[in-house]
Design a protein around this ligand. Structure first.
Ligand code: SF4
Length: 151
C-alpha cells in the first residue's frame, strides 16, 4: 500500500539539527510499501537547521519564543494534500515530534518532558481517518511477528 513516511525516517536531513533518523528497516519497508516522504516543517517553509519547537496547546513555539504555528499549519495542509493525491491510508511518523509525534510529545517546556498528545500533522491525519504508526510500531507495517509469537 502507499504510505506517508516522515522524511527524516527515510534518511532526509530535515530534523531541526540537520540530521536524519534513518530507519534500519527502511529497505524492508520499501519492499512492502510505496513510501511517500513528507516533512511538514519543511513544507511549511521552515529552514534546516532551525531552532527546535514544541507544541504549547494549540500553538507551536520555538525554544526562543517565536510562534511558528502558521508554518506548521501550512506544512500539515501540504501533507494532507499528498495523502489525498496518493491515496494513503496509513502513515509512519517520527515519534515525539511537534509535527509527527503520535500519542506522546514534548510538553512545551523544552525540558525533555513528555506529555500525552499528538503533533499537529499526526493529529490532523488521524482526524482524516489515516492510521498513524510511530517508528517503534514499524513491525506492524512490515509483518514482523510480535516477540511472543516467535518462540
Ligand atoms: Fe522529521 Fe516530521 Fe520533524 Fe520533518 S517534521 S523533521 S519529518 S519529525
Amino acid at each position: 500500500m502507499r504510505i506517508l513516511v516522515s522524511a527524516c525516517l527515510m534518511g532526509v536531513g530535515c530534523r531541526y539539527d540537520g540530521n536524519s533518523n534513518l530507519l534500519p528497516q527502511l529497505e524492508e519497508l520499501m519492499k512492502k510499501h510505496t513510501c511517500i516522504p513528507v516533512c511538514a516543517e519543511l513544507f511549511g517553509g521552515l529552514p534546516t537547521p532551525r531552532i527546535p519547537a514544541e507544541r504549547l496547546g494549540n500553538r507551536v513555539v520555538t525554544k526562543d519564543g517565536r510562534d511558528v504555528t502558521d508554518a506548521f499549519v501550512r506544512g500539515t495542509a501540504e501533507v494532507l494534500r499528498l495523502a489525498d493525491l496518493y491515496g494513503c491510508k496509513a502513515a509512519l511518523l517520527k515519534e515525539r515530534s511537534p509535527s509527527c509525534g503520535s500519542g506522546q510529545i514534548y510538553d512545551g517546556t523544552f525540558s525533555h518532558t513528555l506529555t500525552e498528545g499528538d503533533g499537529l500533522t499526526a493529529q490532523l491525519l488521524k482526524k482524516k481517518g489515516i492510521k498513524v504508526y510511530g517508528e517503534s510500531q514499524i513491525g506492524e507495517l512490515i509483518g514482523e511477528r510480535p516477540f511472543f509469537f516467535s518462540i
